[in-house]
Design a protein around this ligand. Structure first.
Ligand code: FSX
Length: 360
């Protein structure tokens, strides 16, 4: 007998072909860097998966995270994944308003206690009892604590929820903090980016539906499959970096020839995200491809980490450790890598690539 709650049944109802579904599963397997052959296992697991209840709370943010998810082209991985979940509360996307909206959240929290996924975007203001952001007269702080209690896991969507983001930038007038600063007794996954890449959000949801658990995380709670490497690792301008060819202005000959934007402030070497591989707008491109350096938006404190247009500190020719690199941070340092001799340049690059935003 058909399971009317299963994804398989819902996709069939909506006329989504088996072929399109398998293509989606193959794309998910590739996005999550799973071994070849995993697509079939994903398809089998997803087809039988029940739609988990998802409650999405939006706090101090610009709605860019939701925009990111909804501004993709159709039919998309994103639209497919939303057929896989029951989005029971999302105050931007839901039709209900007022008391009906608040009731739908309460009902879902009660009916799926211990089982629902809680997605949060935006940071949480804590100063003065959290009065700086309220929904239906209740502080974000209060709403988060209430919804976190019955959640199976929490997904912090966007840099604001993951690390505090722009609302937490100096002087942080509202006392904004990240979800993980407040909730200590639930699994939390951080999907950083301001905004995050839509396919990363859906990839994490697909992983949860397939395996019933969150994917492997890095030391900042981000899924390794998407944040395990830097933008620099996969940047198409990387060969120019390796050759020491850097654009000096945004419209010089080097810029026109696609040379590396490192000297114009690109934060690709210290930024962990999948922009260079997953790309944006249906794979059309990513900021560096549009001629602008990476701002480092998926890293903690990116807004306060210095000018977006100042080059990352370059290590001196003789440094070999991160500590030594940190010691020269901010020095007149901008020893051009291109000026170093070959062996020294290699060592300097290796040290440079080990830098993280925390070292700046
Ligand atoms: Fe923050 Fe998201 Fe940047 Fe904006 O919800 S991560 S300001 S794109 O909207 O939270």
């Amino acid at each position: 007998m058909a399971d009317h709650d299963s994804l398989e049944h819902r996709l069939a109802e909506q006329g989504i072909s088996r072929r399109a579904f398998l293509k989606f599963c193959a794309a998910m397997a590739s996005l999550m860097a799973l071994p070849p052959g995993s697509a079939v296992a994903i398809a089998a697991a997803l087809a039988k998966a029940k739609r988990p209840s998802v409650i999405w709370l939006s706090f101090q943010e610009c709605t860019g995270c939701t925009e990111s998810l909804t501004r993709s082209h159709s039919p998309t991985l994103e639209s497919l994944i939303f057929d896989m979940i029951s989005l029971d509360y999302h105050h931007t996307l839901q039709a209900a308003s007022g008391f009906a909206a608040e009731k739908s959240r309460d009902d879902a929290m009660q009916a799926y206690y211990g089982k629902y996924l809680l997605l949060v975007d935006g940071s949480i203001p804590t100063k003065d009892g959290g009065v700086y952001s309220t929904i239906a007269g209740r502080s974000n702080l209060d709403l988060l604590h209430e919804a976190a209690k019955g959640a199976a896991a929490i997904v912090a969507v966007g840099t604001c929820a993951a690390f505090g983001g722009i609302p937490m930038a100096k002087p942080n007038p509202t006392g904004a903090v990240a979800v993980s600063d407040l909730i200590k007794d639930k699994p939390i996954i951080n999907i950083s980016g301001c905004p995050p890449i839509p396919a990363v959000i859906t990839g994490v949801l697909a992983h949860y539906l397939t395996f019933g658990e969150l994917p492997a995380l890095d030391e900042l709670g981000r899924p390794k499959a998407f944040y395990g490497e830097t933008i620099h690792d996969h940047c198409y301008r990387r060969p120019f970096y390796d050759q020491g060819k850097f654009a000096k202005t945004f419209d010089d000959e080097g810029a026109r020839n696609g040379w590396c934007l490192y000297e114009l402030g690109c934060k690709g070497p210290t930024t962990h995200n999948a922009c260079a591989t997953t790309k944006w707008n249906g794979g059309a491109g990513f900021p560096i491809e549009a001629g602008h350096g990476c701002l480092g938006c998926s890293e903690p404190n990116f807004w306060d980490a210095g000018s977006f247009y100042a080059p990352l500190p370059a290590p001196s020719a003789d440094v070999t450790t991160i500590a030594e690199v940190a010691a020269v941070t901010g020095a007149a340092a901008a020893v051009a890598l291109s000026a170093l001799d070959r062996a020294k340049k290699k060592r300097a690059q290796q040290a440079h690539e080990k830098l993280t935003v925390k070292d700046l």
